[in-house]
Design a protein around this ligand. Structure first.
Ligand code: AMP
Length: 239
């Protein structure tokens, strides 16, 4: 299964990518995660540059991004497919990916646009956090852990008396100012790739305002070859 998930920040691409990855037994590849890993080493100048760009909510230059994704897609675990989360994010990247896949003789099974209203995104993103051990995602308002000091998924705990050791991680670019810049980047640079994939007949649109489980069902139905002809009409508001 070879799938691209496209949507603005906070649309739920990461959650859906990991669910699809488990269902189809193919890796989910997030360029954002690959970049975040690169920023961990304080002595790495490229990592520092990437960190600066991410904090501004802008796109990391194509020559870095495309090379990184090309190397990742060459890994043996991508032999039977992949779920791309956050790549491509511009027409230039979409064209580079197209070229890469043609060279490998690979066809995409679907490009799924997760549509969400802009107004909801700032609220969604600024409240999100994740377990520092297993990465399970939570939200201040919509999805709190059952025990505020323990991860529901992996059971890791924190000491409430010592906030320094907090288990929960928040992304530095998940603040209202950076989120607005990321949304602006999405509309100006990423949304123009939607007509590119629509023209190829592979674009499917799902309603990302539905519950997470419902969005998963919509995506699975959209990727089901038996349902493939029933492409839902693109919701008007989603860019
Ligand atoms: P994400 O985790 O997908 O929200 O990505 C976080 C940040 O990483 C983005 O705001 C960009 O700065 C950078 N990034 C992720 N994917 C790409 C990409 N395909 N091209 C350029 N920059 C990217």
């Amino acid at each position: 299964m070879r799938v691209i998930l496209i949507g603005p920040p906070g649309a739920g691409k990461g959650t859906q990518a990991s669910r699809l990855s488990a269902k189809y037994g193919v890796p989910s590849i997030s360029t954002g995660d690959l970049f975040r890993a690169r920023t961990k080493d304080p002595n790495d100048p490229l990592g520092a540059e990437i960190n600066r760009i991410m904090k501004e909510g802008k796109l990391v230059p194509n020559e870095i991004t495309v090379k990184m994704i090309a190397e990742r897609l060459d890994q043996p675990d991508c032999k039977n497919g992949f779920i791309l989360d956050g790549f491509p994010r511009s027409v230039e990247q979409a064209e580079s990916l197209d070229k890469m896949l043609k060279e490998k003789g690979i066809r995409l099974d679907g490009v799924v646009q997760i549509g969400v209203d802009d107004e909801k995104l700032v609220e969604r993103i600024s409240g999100r956090f994740a377990c520092g051990k297993c990465g399970e995602g939570y939200h201040d308002k919509f999805h709190q852990p059952k025990d505020p000091h323990k991860c529901d998924k992996c059971g890791a705990t924190e000491d409430p008396a010592n906030p320094e050791t907090t288990l929960w991680k928040r992304r530095p670019d998940d603040n209202a100012t950076t989120v607005r810049a990321r949304l602006e980047t999405y509309h100006s640079q990423t949304a123009p790739i939607l007509p590119f994939y629509d023209a190829k007949g592979v674009l499917k649109v799902v309603d990302g305002m539905a519950s997470m489980d419902d969005v998963t069902r919509q995506i699975e139905a959209a990727l089901d070859p038996k349902e493939g002809v029933k492409k839902p009409a693109p919701p008007k508001k989603y860019g």
